[in-house]
Design a protein around this ligand. Structure first.
Ligand code: FES
Length: 106
């Protein structure tokens, strides 16, 4: 059963950006989507390229720099396949904000 862990203060990542944080020993990427926080795998589900630290497009999309899969960080859905046709979703994690701290369920 996943449990919530403190991940980072809400002001660590600006709207339209992502950051990598260590959550209970697991590297997780967190995105700020117009003030809402979403957590997802820090590694692309295709070939594990690091996604945290990249900017968002259209406020909620992240493009893997390696083979260009595009994922919606809110759902993990792959909305544009990679150059070689990979189109599987990326893992996402539940989040909540408590006292200006983003918590992630791992
Ligand atoms: S490693 Fe991300 S699309 Fe290939």
């Amino acid at each position: 059963m996943p449990e919530f862990h403190d991940a980072m203060p809400t002001d660590w990542v600006e709207p339209g950006w992502t950051a990598t944080v260590d959550v209970d020993g697991t590297p997780v990427a967190i995105a700020n989507v117009l003030g809402e926080f979403y957590a997802f795998s820090n590694n692309c589900p295709h070939q594990a390229t690091v996604l945290g630290g990249l900017p968002l497009a259209r406020n909620c999309l992240i493009t893997c720099p390696e083979h260009h899969s595009v994922f919606d960080v809110r759902s993990g859905q792959c909305v544009v396949p990679s150059d070689d046709g990979f189109n599987q979703p990326m893992p996402v994690f539940e989040t909540r904000v408590v006292d200006d701290v983003v918590q992630v369920a791992i």
